[in-house]
Design a protein around this ligand. Sequence first.
Ligand SMILES: [Zn+2]
Length: 400
Amino acid sequence: MTTAPEASVQTMTLLRHADIYAPEALGLNDVLVGGGKVLWIGKEVSGLGTLHAEEVDLEGHRLIPGLIDCHAHVTGGGGEAGAHTRVPAVPLSRFTLGGVTTVVGVLGTDCTTRTMRDLVATVNGLRNEGMGAYAWTGGYPVPPLTLTGSVRDDIAFVDCILGVGELAISDHRSSQPTLNEFLRIASDAYLGGLLTGKAGVLHLHLGNGPRGLSLIREALALSELPPRVFHPTHVNRRRALFEEALELARSGCTIDLTAFPVEAGEDAWTAAEGLRRYFASGAPPERVTVSSDGGGCLPHFDGEGRITRMGVGSPASLLETLLELTATGEAMEHVLPAFTSNPADLLRLSGKGRIRMGGDADLVVLGPPGSTSGLEAVMMKGAWFVRSGMALRRGMFEEP
Ligand SMILES: [Zn+2]
């Protein structure tokens, strides 16, 4: 059973000798945390006096911002091969043990037995348990599923809703939206953002269809909407689609890679390989994000639309991708923004995705530089959720 996060944010914590990637490399520093925020970063804190901060010596281990997963089926996704294939909800520790401290929940194919009410309630539950949790309204279909009757009102009146997603295009499971339908939804997302200061983004599921990203290109050519509104995901699922996505990133869209498993010889790129290729292409480094599709099912279809086998996405795949990249020679500060500051900027989550004074104390401790050892500790809003690689707090109905 979890402890209410409010009980812990009273505590101050002084993290000593942290090798900070903020995501930029700051080197060895101390970090003072209190009231759920990063209060101070520097070499030697003085004047703490009687404040009784808990001191934790990180001994030069790496400290990074908590990862932001902008696409996870927090209610559980699936259902594409009958009701028994509906995936259960993703519990809190599945995120924290993967270093994810902020998640955007999403509905997918099944907007028939799944509802926006359930999604928003699940997101609010994760918030109560201490996570940064948000939602896309809509799911695959057109018209999108909503809470209030319109996606614009959902963004305007429901605190956790940031935009519309994952509206499906170029997929046999999509509603096959026309360009006009597509533009109407994009403009509602954009206007919802203008009215609230939220992201107002249209987050798009891309299928394997040969039309690829053509609908987004047409929307950009024929409307006044800015490119930042369109955020296509799963773009590494086909290699030709990935090449299209590189062009779109150059024109101002942010593209999202999915950290799903890829088999040898498959016409896809892993998220790690996709990121390497993205940076090598010279596309803008701030226009790429990586998400997990956690809790979603990963169905494989034959040519008749029959499922041949099924897997489930895991939030841990984000950290696995990050560690794979750093283990194969990529500099942490080079690749980390795609998991932290890039999604924070796109989603306009100003307290997230960076280690800086005044930001939320959502922090992840990894092994020392040069090591391949993974997650050691996770703090959310100043409270420890993982220490020594073990979950200290779990969701309400998780087994200890
Ligand atoms: Zn999808």
